[in-house]
Ligand binder design. Structure first.
Ligand code: XMP
Length: 326
């Protein structure tokens, strides 16, 4: 149990100096644990796995192999950013896996949200496992487990976004940020030189855009989710809402309504904008987004995103709504 409890003497990491001290300690600890052996990491590009990757690159360099699985459900620009930051800038061993077709084929026609989640989770493990088997001599698996993951799940050695690996692929775990809270992980990420767009990014669910392309996922509607989300994020950033609003995104139901474009009747989807604030995601309030900004975003989405003729704004707090739509 001691392994799962943050030491009482551990100071909260709130400053760059404390982050540097933490990094130095963890670099030494990882080197002592790993020696000259090889380490594997599933790198999603989220804050936690990115910080672990940067820390391990510092500690053991090319002994680390990062595997980035592009399941086709990531936000616009995310897979490219992972390659740019970790392969090009940090010179990491990065295996980029284009698994888009695999995931979308498996998800075709599946409408039930929990089944969609299960398929995405199971397929992720399968792809990761296949990549792990291709690599020789890996003895350690690094994970971006953070303290809330431990507090929420009890003494279970699994990060919420990554499930179990098969018996013959049981590696020893390297979890350098497991006693940190999210805000501390961000301070450490900043000190490690990761870009702000990675360090301060809003929460993003493991199944990604898969739970925002409501009902059965199709490639064209998924693209509309990705493009409308990119416009929303761009406009929120331009208007000072990035980093202020806790979570914001678009969701697109499998529903068409009539509209008019270029003097022609068109049956197209609607994009729903959600923008919420919360402390712990258990309850949430709706951000009071300026009406003119909503109008501007609506204008851009309906003109720039293929297949969208209406934009709606979700006014529902949690409860009674949840944050995601499925
Ligand atoms: P809800 O919709 O339950 O969301 O109010 C609360 C928070 O959890 C995130 N969320 C998920 N995260 N896998 C994840 O890793 C999931 O399946 C999942 N579903 C919801 C959601 O984005 C919000 O921050």
């Amino acid at each position: 149990m001691a392994d799962h409890k943050r030491p009482e003497s551990m100071e909260r990491i709130t400053t760059p100096a404390l982050a540097e001290q933490f990094i130095a300690e963890q670099v030494a600890a990882v080197r002592a644990q790993v020696g000259d052996k090889k380490v594997l990491l599933a790198l999603s590009g989220g804050v936690d796995s990115s910080v672990v990757a940067a820390l391990l690159i510092k500690a053991v360099g090319k002994q680390l192999t990062c595997v980035h699985v592009n399941h086709g459900l990531l936000r616009k620009g995310e897979p490219e950013q992972v390659v740019e930051v970790f392969r090009n800038q940090m010179d990491a061993n990065l295996v980029y896996v284009d698994a888009v077709d695999r995931f979308l084929d498996k998800l075709a026609g599946v409408t039930d949200p929990e089944t969609k989640r299960k398929i995405i989770g199971a397929e992720f493990i399968r792809v990761f496992e296949e990549e792990a088997r291709k690599l020789e001599g890996i003895e350690f698996l690094a994970q971006g487990t953070i303290y809330p993951d431990i507090l929420e799940s009890g003494p279970v050695k699994a990060h919420h976004n990554v499930g179990g690996l098969p018996e013959d692929l049981q590696f020893a775990l390297v979890e350098p940020v497991k006693f940190l809270f999210k805000d501390e992980v961000r301070v450490v990420g900043k000190a490690l030189g990761l870009p702000d767009s990675m360090v301060f990014r809003q929460p993003f669910p493991g199944p990604g855009l898969g739970v925002r392309c409501l009902g059965a996922i199709t490639r064209d509607r998924l693209e509309a989710v990705r493009e409308s989300d990119a416009i929303l994020r761009e406009e929120f950033a331009k208007h000072g809402l990035e980093g202020k609003v806790w979570q914001y995104f678009t969701a697109i139901p499998d529903l068409k309504s009539v509209g008019v474009k270029d003097n022609k009747r068109v049956d197209e989807w609607c994009a729903i904008i959600r923008a919420v604030n919360t402390i712990d995601a258990m309850t949430a309030t709706v951000e009071n987004v300026p009406f003119e900004l909503l109008q501007h975003i609506t204008d851009r989405i309906t003109h720039e995103v293929k297949g969208i003729n209406r934009v709606l704004f979700d006014l529902t707090p949690k409860p009674t709504g949840t944050i995601e739509w499925e």
